[in-house]
Write a protein that binds this ligand. Structure first.
Ligand SMILES: NC(=O)c1ccc[n+]([C@@H]2O[C@H](COP(=O)([O-])OP(=O)(O)OC[C@H]3O[C@@H](n4cnc5c(N)ncnc54)[C@H](OP(=O)(O)O)[C@@H]3O)[C@@H](O)[C@H]2O)c1
Length: 250
């Protein structure tokens, strides 16, 4: 795979899967804009690593995907400075665990949808104008196995990730005449990430037993799949969700 000369924007690049995606895209030669919401310092470290280890351009950019005004400002700034965005990876995501009970505030549920689904839509909307005019581009949405099967206590997260798969399918057809591809990756449980670190060791053991490959994913395995879908290696693939879950949902 070769991403030399491409400009990529990755949301939520300050940690977990997002930081691995940034590093892999940089390794393949892309200039990488490392989006972050609160953790500017680690995002800066990811960008520095890309510059020093791979000799391509990279910079952190503050980008709360829930804020459409900020999203358009940042996207337009990148276009102005670099001329284009070839790759958008909607990786930023949050998950809130808890059953739907009268005591739980609705805002909590809504914020998950706002970040994971509406935030991804905001980024696509801001970037798509430029991609459609350029008649090229690749958008990869980071969904989840939770978007394919129900998980009790994760209804907002599941709904947001299932929504991302629907958004991917619909926009792939809308953008296909302009040669802009839209795909999704649905990771299973992935080690060394914020989301999995919040799960207790006992639960991780029982999850591992249910995974046919008997282990969690590594972050680089998810990053590799995102890079694959971003690249011209998949030039005839659009509207698809590639599941990377060790066989969990097979
Ligand atoms: N980990 C897993 O096992 C797993 C499995 C399936 C799918 N996924 C998906 O993979 C993606 C990354 O997960 P992860 O576990 O690596 O997450 P993580 O380590 O918890 O990191 C989440 C990232 O999202 C960013 N973020 C959160 N809210 C944001 C907002 N409003 N605007 C912009 N950025 C925001 C955070 O930025 P700051 O820290 O800078 O605030 C952080 O960089 C998520 O979409 C998640 O749903 C993860």
């Amino acid at each position: 795979m070769d991403l030399r000369g491409k400009v990529a924007l990755v949301t939520g690049g300050s940690s977990g899967i997002g930081s691995s995606i940034c590093l892999r895209l940089g390794e393949l030669g892309a200039s990488v804009m490392v989006g972050y919401r609160t953790r500017g310092e680690p995002a800066g470290e990811v960008a520095n690593r890309i510059v020093t280890e791979h000799g391509v351009e990279a910079e952190p950019c503050e980008l709360d995907v829930r804020d459409y005004e900020q999203v358009t400002r940042i996207v337009n700034g990148i276009i102005k400075a670099r001329g284009r965005i070839d790759i958008l990876v909607n990786n930023a995501g949050v998950g809130v665990e808890g059953a739907v009970t009268p005591a739980r505030p609705v805002e909590e549920w809504v914020d998950v949808i706002h970040t994971n689904l509406i935030g991804s839509f905001f980024c696509i909307k801001a970037v798509s104008l430029h991609m459609l005019l350029a008649r090229k581009g690749s958008i990869v949405n980071v969904s989840s196995v939770a978007g394919m099967v129900g998980i009790p206590g994760l209804s907002s997260y599941s709904a947001s990730k299932a929504g991302l798969i629907g958004l991917t399918k619909s926009l792939s057809k809308e953008f296909a005449p302009y040669k802009v591809r839209v795909n999704a990756v649905a990771p299973g449980y992935t080690s060394e990430t914020g989301m999995v670190e919040r799960i207790g060791e006992e639960d991780i053991c029982s999850i591992r037993e249910r995974i046919p490959l008997r282990r969690l994913a590594r972050r680089d395995e998810i990053a590799e799949t995102v890079a694959y879908l971003s690249s011209d290696s998949t030039s005839y693939v659009t509207g698809q969700t590639l599941v990377v879950d060790g066989g969990l949902t097979a």
